[in-house]
Design a protein around this ligand. Structure first.
Ligand SMILES: [Zn+2]
Length: 215
């Protein structure tokens, strides 16, 4: 459990929305999907929607998506917002840097801010997407990643999924080239028994200390 300052981190160092995102990511991992979780909070910081990745699952509560390549955590949170309202003072928070789909979805949902915990140098699009008059009119402000062990943990969970599913994947190759520290975090999590913890029904709160200690 270390931070850049050498201080011990605990779950209490996460904001309540960040903690909710990690709990959703943990649930996704246990269900066989990519371990990514996301919530939408309003201008007062209240959570108004939550979703998680469900790509490799057959079911999702309406109107969320499952069993297709668009069933991303961020989309599954954003689809719960009403089309009758606009959300420039709302914030989407995700465990992982969002992809082009989710940055686009954030803009189209009119959510004004997007915060993420861990980097994704392969599919992440926090650098922005191709501008249009819409994105110019409804800008999205980005913040992230966290520069501490939680950032490594969030990205490492993503890496661990691919290490188990297809270690030779293009996703892994790109990470090893661009951000070997994130690939190593994933390897450390797998080595620490990440998937045994998940399969054994260990809760996120019970697992987080052990996981933080190895990334
Ligand atoms: Zn996405």
């Amino acid at each position: 459990m270390r931070s850049l300052l050498g201080m011990t981190l605990t779950e209490a160092d996460l904001s309540p929305p960040e903690r909710a995102c990690f709990e959703l990511a943990w649930e996704a991992l246990r269900e066989g999907s990519l371990p990514v979780g996301a919530v939408v909070v309003d201008g007062a910081g209240r959570t108004v929607a939550a979703g998680r990745n469900r790509i490799h699952e057959n079911h999702a509560p309406a109107p969320q998506l499952a069993n297709n390549l668009l069933a991303h955590a961020e989309v599954n949170a954003l689809v719960q917002l009403s089309p009758a309202l606009r959300y420039p003072d709302h914030q989407l928070i995700s465990t992982l840097e969002p992809c082009i789909l989710c940055v686009g979805a954030t803009s189209m949902a009119t959510v004004g801010r997007l915060t993420f915990v861990g980097s994704d140098p392969y599919g992440g699009a926090a650098g922005g997407i191709l501008p249009t008059p819409h994105t110019d009119h409804v800008p999205v402000e980005f913040s992230g990643p966290r520069a501490d062990s939680f950032g490594l943990l969030a990205a490492g969970l993503h890496m661990a999924f691919f290490l188990r599913r297809k270690p030779s994947s293009h996703v892994m190759s790109v990470h090893r080239q661009l951000r070997p520290d994130l690939a190593e975090a994933g390897e450390a999590l797998v080595g620490a028994g990440l998937f045994d913890l998940a399969a054994g029904g260990v809760t996120w709160s019970a697992a987080v200390g052990r996981l933080l200690s190895v990334v």
